[in-house]
Design a protein around this ligand. Structure first.
Ligand SMILES: NC(=O)c1ccc[n+]([C@@H]2O[C@H](COP(=O)([O-])OP(=O)(O)OC[C@H]3O[C@@H](n4cnc5c(N)ncnc54)[C@H](OP(=O)(O)O)[C@@H]3O)[C@@H](O)[C@H]2O)c1
Length: 275
């Protein structure tokens, strides 16, 4: 079995990222996020995916400090929001994120969406990276053509691209391009934001292994060397979603789930988003 809860993928700058993380989008600020992150750390997650836009960086930081874990034991990712990009507030936004998280560096800092001036923002991220305050930098919601534009001009190649990715939404063109360029792919909304946790086809595959649809999907993601960070605010589900390292999907079952692709998005299309 190649993967365990501590498995990390190498990034292109010599650092590494835990393949399993914990997402906190739509986890309410305050007690809900503090509690969810506390449970996640208790159940062995060592990677938290947040964003300035989620309005819960402070709660992530509080849970981290209350856990008693050392800063270097938990991988923290946050993201630069669109408004801050458009208003040229990139450095201020980064400082605000550090302050809210209560840390003096993040492990990964991402451009959240490819807004018009993403190249200007990438230059800012490159400077933040050079300062050491972000150990790696990357992008989110960048299709192949966005990456091509960025790669033609950048000094630092993004370490990751975080994209919507689930059995029903697989942008294989972006994935293959990332692989060619040495960019690690990350899957957001792997469970279709909850839409696929009762899916009969996935349920049938998972039942062969005694696993739930959520566990089956998450295992399918990591078996492709894709980083994943399911979100939940329930302890039993947080534990369930991390319990994916004691089985291995066969090649046939991997292929069956991969064949479900319909480009069905639960979020916005990076070419047409309106925020
Ligand atoms: N970069 C981006 O633009 C972007 C966009 C979206 C998301 N993300 C990141 O990706 C993370 C994951 O995506 P997501 O939060 O949209 O969706 P998700 O992880 O695909 O699904 C979360 C939903 O599924 C439910 N759920 C979780 N585990 C379950 C289980 N074992 N059984 C049944 N239901 C379960 C959760 O409900 P409960 O919470 O009620 O348990 C929640 O409603 C986010 O939290 C965020 O960190 C990034």
């Amino acid at each position: 079995m190649k993967y365990d809860i501590n498995t990390r993928l190498e990034l292109n700058n010599g650092t590494s990222i835990p393949i399993l993380g914990f997402g906190v989008w739509r986890s309410k600020s305050g007690e809900q996020t503090r509690q969810a992150v506390t449970w996640a750390l208790k159940h062995g997650y060592r990677h938290i995916d947040t964003a300035a836009f989620y309005a819960n960086e402070q709660d992530v930081g509080d849970a981290l400090r209350q856990s008693g874990l050392r800063r270097q034991d938990v991988f923290i990712n946050t993201k630069l929001w669109n408004t801050d990009m458009r208003q040229h507030r990139q450095f201020e936004a980064f400082q605000t994120s550090l302050q809210k998280l209560g840390v003096d560096y993040v492990d990964l800092y991402l451009i959240h969406w490819p807004v018009e001036n993403f190249m200007e923002s990438w230059r800012c991220l490159e400077r933040i990276y050079e300062s050491g305050a972000a150990r790696a930098i990357g992008v989110s919601n960048f299709k192949k053509h966005h990456l091509q534009t960025l790669l033609a001009e950048c000094n630092v190649v993004p370490a990751v691209d975080q994209m919507e990715f689930s059995p029903y939404m697989q942008d294989r063109e972006a994935l293959e391009f990332c692989r060619e360029q040495g960019i690690v792919y990350e899957a957001w909304s792997p469970l279709g934001a909850g839409a696929y946790t009762d899916d009969p086809i996935i349920k049938a595959v998972g039942s062969k292994y005694g696993k739930s649809p959520a566990q089956t999907i998450l295992r399918w993601v990591i078996q492709q060397d894709i980083v994943v960070f399911p979100k939940s605010v329930h302890e039993s589900r947080i534990a369930e979603n991390a319990d994916i390292f004691d089985f291995e999907l066969s090649e046939e079952d991997m292929a069956e789930i991969s064949s479900l692709n319909e480009f069905r998005r639960t979020g916005s299309d990076p070419d047409t988003f309106t925020f």
